[in-house]
Design a protein around this ligand. Structure first.
Ligand SMILES: NC(=O)c1ccc[n+]([C@@H]2O[C@H](COP(=O)([O-])OP(=O)(O)OC[C@H]3O[C@@H](n4cnc5c(N)ncnc54)[C@H](O)[C@@H]3O)[C@@H](O)[C@H]2O)c1
Length: 249
């Protein structure tokens, strides 16, 4: 039996039409939250919201949102406030990983990744600071082990995830007086489409053994902990959820 740690709370989870985000949204709903699924794919966001409503009886709203577009982010938060009347938690999960060598990346390539993986989180952070109520709020940024170690051909992704850790620290500092906490999760390899589409894995440049692969629900459990009052004294932290992958030589 999972406790209702998010009763009366409203959580926005980005990129939650599938993969890790869908598991996070489901976990928050199971713990009593009303959830907003903000995803580039609006139809899939609505379908994920309907599944949450039918599986656990929670109120859920699906919204089409490109997190890299500040206007769409503001509109998503306006829709959240209009439907649910408050905004307590954001899980910045939407992400994009593309692969080229350093010599091949163009400015447009860099900006495409930075807009989704970094600015999306910055825009939702701004919105939470603008709209969190007197109780404060919580930000959980889904970074990556690539924030601290990396593999070839993923420079914009790794740089964006490292910058996301820095954004997390700034949000933690600026949020202290308003009880807005910000933490990051560094997932290792998690069994989603993004993992298995990774060309470094397909080519053998990066190898995994079975113990290195976690489940979306492992990240969901950590996100729920960090967003909950159980983590009331944790802010500005980065939590690796990677089965020990970063710890090994
Ligand atoms: N899967 C892994 O092994 C792994 C490891 C480390 C970190 N992560 C991070 O976890 C997060 C989720 O990854 P996943 O594996 O579930 O990926 P996924 O590709 O399965 O899902 C990503 C979701 O984000 C959405 N999305 C993409 N661009 C968007 C945009 N501009 N605006 C809104 N939504 C957008 C997609 O539609 C999709 O629903 C990402 O930030 C990723 O970097 C994943």
């Amino acid at each position: 039996m999972i406790e209702s740690r998010f009763r009366d709370k409203v959580a926005v989870v980005t990129g939650a039409a599938g993969g890790i985000g869908a598991a996070v949204a489901m976990r928050f709903a199971q713990e009593g939250a009303r959830v907003v699924i903000a995803d580039l794919n609006g139809d899939a966001a609505s379908a994920a919201a309907a599944k949450i409503a039918s599986d656990c009886g929670a109120e859920a709203l699906g919204v089409a949102c490109d997190v890299g577009d500040e206007t769409q982010v503001a509109a998503t938060v306006a829709a959240t406030l209009s439907r649910f009347g408050r905004f307590d938690v954001v899980v910045n999960n939407a992400g994009l990983m593309t692969f080229k060598t350093l010599a091949e990346w163009t400015a447009a390539d860099w900006l495409k990744v930075l807009h989704v993986d970094l600015l999306g989180a910055a825009f939702f952070t701004k919105e939470l600071f603008l709209h969190a109520g007197p109780d404060g709020g919580a930000i959980v940024n889904i970074a990556s082990v690539h924030a601290v170690r990396t593999s070839p051909n993923a420079a914009p992704y790794s740089a964006a995830k490292a910058a996301m850790m820095s954004l997390t620290r700034t949000a933690a500092i600026e949020g202290r007086d308003r009880n807005i906490r910000a933490n990051a999760i560094l997932p290792g390899a998690i069994d989603t489409p993004m993992l298995w589409e990774n060309p470094n894995l397909k080519s053998g440049a990066e190898t995994l053994d079975a113990r290195d692969v976690g489940r979306p629900k492992d990240i969901a459990a950590a996100a729920a902990f960090l967003a909950s009052d159980d983590a009331a004294f944790i802010t500005g932290a980065g939590l690796a959820v990677d089965g020990g992958r970063l710890a090994k030589l």
